[in-house]
Write a protein that binds this ligand. Structure first.
Ligand code: SF4
Length: 376
């Protein structure tokens, strides 16, 4: 059992007091949380914040992933998904194909369609505007969460228009929010080393702030488990926290575990469950102004996601149907879970499942008791 005496003895007494009083943690305290030998003590503190904010409630949604194209000219070293236009398995979905994917699931109670893919230099902004409209033609009420700040910045650069004008066009076409990828780890060193062709973190934050000003919410992610340092991760969290102080436009922070297979960093090992839990716990403690922390089961497996619900996470994402990007990098998880799977997973972790829409409005409280099932 973790007591206040134990926290004091183990060097976490000061942080525990600040957590109790709702005070903001410093950079040095963030580093200490990453490096402290007792992950359970760090998780205990994160769980206190999680339960203060959400009690036992754990959010999930019924969603569908569509990756419109795998062609990309950014060549990030950690990416197994991208292809060049000359590759035999390169693709860009037509609107008919996108609509067919949406129709395939039309009888499922999907509330969100998540659309991300490569930054395809052949596809103009109009393709994406039409893509969003094409989805809504088939499913008028669905929330389209699509594109990253990388594509937004790319459209602005290619067209010579402002980021704000691009975002307004996307909003007018029916985009509902942005999923939050593309910043990876906000570090000039890592940008140079791993993804120099994408916008840097200054550009990413500017785009996110603009989206929030225009009235669109977004999430934010962090890719961990490659060559980043502890300090870089803590700085990433602090940059997000500062941006959130300005706009309050971020809904959820999602730590993303790096999957090395089929990437240029395939000599690295996959992040361990301990690292997964540590990143979730530290994020919950540092991001005092983020409403939600997500344990993305696709990345960390349903089993670890279950444990993460006691290490700071209050959301496990959704049914997903059908994820391609992480699976290109060797993810061994299933490509989708049913609502029943998710509810069981949350209940087994001792939490209360609440189906949400993308903006965290409850869709239903799950009343039915479900039998234990095997999860991948
Ligand atoms: S991570 Fe995104 S931007 Fe980078 S190469 Fe892959 S698809 Fe392209």
């Amino acid at each position: 059992m973790i007591t206040s005496e134990y926290l004091e003895r183990s060097g976490l007494g000061g942080i525990s007091l600040k957590v109790e009083e709702g005070q903001r943690l410093s950079r040095e305290e963030g580093i200490l949380l990453y490096e402290h030998p007792d992950l359970n003590a760090v998780g205990y503190l994160a769980n206190r914040v999680r339960e203060r904010l959400h009690g036992d409630v754990t959010y999930y949604n019924i969603n569908q992933h569509i990756n419109p194209t795998n062609v990309c000219d950014k060549f990030c070293k950690f990416c197994a998904f991208y292809r060049t236009a000359k590759d035999a398995d390169a693709y860009a979905l037509s609107f008919e194909q996108i609509q067919a994917r949406v129709r395939e699931k039309i009888h499922e109670p999907i509330t969100e369609i998540h659309m991300v893919g490569g930054v395809n230099p052949e596809l103009p902004l109009e393709y994406y505007l039409d893509m969003i409209r094409a989805v809504h033609e088939v499913r008028p009420d669905v929330h389209v969460k699509a594109l990253t700040m990388v594509e937004v910045a790319d459209f602005a650069q290619r067209t010579g228009r402002s980021v704000e004008a691009i975002i307004r066009d996307l909003k007018d076409a029916g985009i509902g929010s942005f999923p939050g990828g593309g910043a990876e780890v906000m570090s000039a060193r890592l940008h140079r080393l791993l993804f120099p062709k994408k916008i840097d973190f200054h550009g990413w934050l500017d785009c996110a702030r603009t989206a929030h000003r225009v009235g669109l919410k977004s999430n934010a992610t962090m890719l961990y488990g490659h060559v980043e340092t502890t300090e870089e991760k803590v700085d990433h969290l602090i940059l997000l926290r500062e941006a959130q102080d300005e706009t309050f436009g971020f809904m959820t922070f999602i730590p993303l575990a790096f999957h090395p297979e089929n990437t240029k960093l395939d000599y690295l090992k996959k992040a361990t469950a301990m690292e997964d839990l540590r990143n979730i716990a530290v994020a919950r403690l540092m991001l005092d102004n983020f409403p939600h922390i997500k344990a993305f089961w696709i990345m960390i497996t349903p089993r670890v996601a279950q444990i993460a619900l006691s290490y700071g996470a209050d959301d496990i994402d959704g049914t997903v149907t059908t994820e391609e990007i992480v699976h290109a990098a060797g993810a061994e998880t299933s490509q989708n879970l049913s609502r029943r799977d998710l509810v069981t997973l949350i209940r087994e972790a001792g939490r209360e499942p609440v189906e949400r829409d993308t903006l965290y409005r409850p869709v239903r409280m799950q009343a039915a008791t479900t039998a234990a099932i095997h999860l991948t």
